[in-house]
Ligand binder design. Structure first.
Ligand SMILES: Cc1cc2nc3c(=O)[nH]c(=O)nc-3n(C[C@H](O)[C@H](O)[C@H](O)COP(=O)(O)OP(=O)(O)OC[C@H]3O[C@@H](n4cnc5c(N)ncnc54)[C@H](O)[C@@H]3O)c2cc1C
Length: 399
């Protein structure tokens, strides 16, 4: 039986970062992915901010950081917009298929073993270790390991099979659908375009993330419990936009986004859960690449220590929960509060915000700086007392 210190199930941004960090520390690690190609198919709009790069300890490379981003334009249902332009690069649109392969190559270079088209389907505990049952192409195998890292994304089963219930509540999942479109018209490819409104995207938004002047990821995220599909919302939107309607669809992808339900506990004996599998996604915009990678870096420190000390117990691995919540979890909890407020807004409220707030105000709101937001909206929404009262109720609530 093959034996590893750590078995990583899922080789997306979380799993590949964890594999690289552990291998760098000399940990004997295997990362497997059921896909036949690392990075493909993608289920992502591929946006990553410079702040995200920093937290993920990444530097943009020209082969996969394909489009510079300077800011964003946020549209209300009637077409009013707020423009946020920093006048300098604040992020990139990635070519994720190339990006993830690059992460995989780097992890392998450091000594990690990576296997595509290899799926974990069951686990059993034996004394202090785990025996994982995997299928490598058509061959069934058993792997002995000390720690399993569940980096298997939103459809994660690994944690549950090892006794930790990470099931998403339906109300905490958005449904995403996206086309990669060519031959469309984009005025300024250095700006993201985000469209809000309950008829356009209930509880979410439509995005156009450019990958050039005539080429973009065009997608929608809506509440997972909506009876109409995300695809039908996106198709209606595209049909009604002159700059998109005659474009060609060169790729389609769909996926769930765990935008709520942050987990307090992401460990059990011999188990650590990272990335989408642990619901580590920004509740406002649904971005999870940087958070998955940041969490993987934190997890790698705790796992390395656990291997050195030969202690794979939940109480030892609990350090990962503590560190994550101190470094990132608390901030995400505040952002979730803002999300709960925004998702109860009516179309008229979006119009008032678009008319009264500027780009900087919107950033403060999205950043969940509650004290600053209260001061801004109190000044700017004074003529709209019912919206002001509604927002203050959410912002001042303790929970
Ligand atoms: C439509 C859409 C748009 C998005 N846009 C953005 C964006 O612009 N920016 C951003 O930052 N984030 C975005 N996200 C979120 C982002 O894609 C995820 O947060 C990110 O991929 C999480 O990384 P991960 O490694 O945790 O999981 P994943 O990338 O989902 O990787 C999990 C891997 O596990 C594998 N796997 C699952 N089960 C098994 C098994 N049993 N055995 C072996 N392998 C298994 C899967 O094949 C997969 O490759 C978007 C998501 C969606 C759905």
């Amino acid at each position: 039986m093959e034996s590893y210190d750590v078995l990583i199930v899922g080789a997306g941004p979380a799993g590949l970062t964890l594999a690289k960090e552990l291998a760098t520390e000399g940990v004997n690690v295997l990362a497997i992915d059921k896909k036949q190609e690392i990075g493909a198919p993608k289920r992502c709009a591929e946006g990553l901010s410079l702040d995200g790069f920093k937290r993920a300890k990444l530097k943009p490379k020209k082969e996969w950081a394909v489009q510079k981003i300077r800011g964003a334009k946020l549209y209300s249902p009637s077409g009013e917009f707020v423009e946020i332009d920093y006048g300098k690069v604040v992020g990139y649109i990635l070519e994720r298929k190339i990006f993830e392969k690059d992460l995989a190559r780097e992890a392998a270079k450091k000594g990690a073993t990576i296997k595509a088209k290899t799926e974990a389907y069951d686990f059993e505990r034996k004394e202090k270790e785990i025996i994982a049952k995997i299928k490598e192409f058509d061959e069934e195998k058993k792997i002995r390991t000390k720690i399993v890292a569940a980096c298997d994304g939103i459809e994660s089963l690994t944690a549950r099979k090892l006794g930790l219930d990470t099931t998403n509540n339906l109300k905490d999942v958005d449904s995403g659908f996206q086309y990669e479109m060519a031959n469309i018209k984009i005025e300024d490819p250095e700006l993201l375009h985000l469209y809000f409104g309950n008829k356009i995207a209930p509880r979410g938004y439509v995005w156009v993330f450019p990958k050039g002047k005539h080429y973009a990821n065009v997608g929608v995220g809506i509440a997972g419990y909506e009876s109409r599909t995300a695809k039908s919302y996106l198709d209606s939107f595209i049909r009604n936009r002159e700059e998109l309607s005659s474009g060609s669809i060169i790729e389609a992808n769909a996926g769930g986004i765990p935008v709520g339900g942050l987990l307090k506990k992401m460990t059990a004996d011999n188990l650590v859960v990272v990335g989408d599998a642990a619901h580590q996604v920004n509740p406002i915009h649904g971005g999870g690449i940087a958070l998955a990678m940041e969490a993987a870096i934190i997890a790698s420190e705790v796992i390395t220590e656990a291997i050195r000390k030969e202690n794979y117990s939940d109480s030892f691995l609990d350090e990962y929960n503590k560190k994550w919540w101190a470094i990132r979890g608390k901030a995400l909890e505040r952002i979730l509060k803002i999300r709960h407020m925004v998702e109860r807004m009516k179309d008229d409220d979006f119009e008032i915000l678009a008319k009264n707030l500027n780009g900087e105000d919107i950033l403060t709101l999205a950043d969940a700086n509650v004290a600053k937001t209260i001061s801004i909206i109190t000044r700017k929404l004074i003529k709209h007392p019912s919206l002001l009262k509604f927002m203050l109720k959410y912002l001042k609530a303790k929970e």
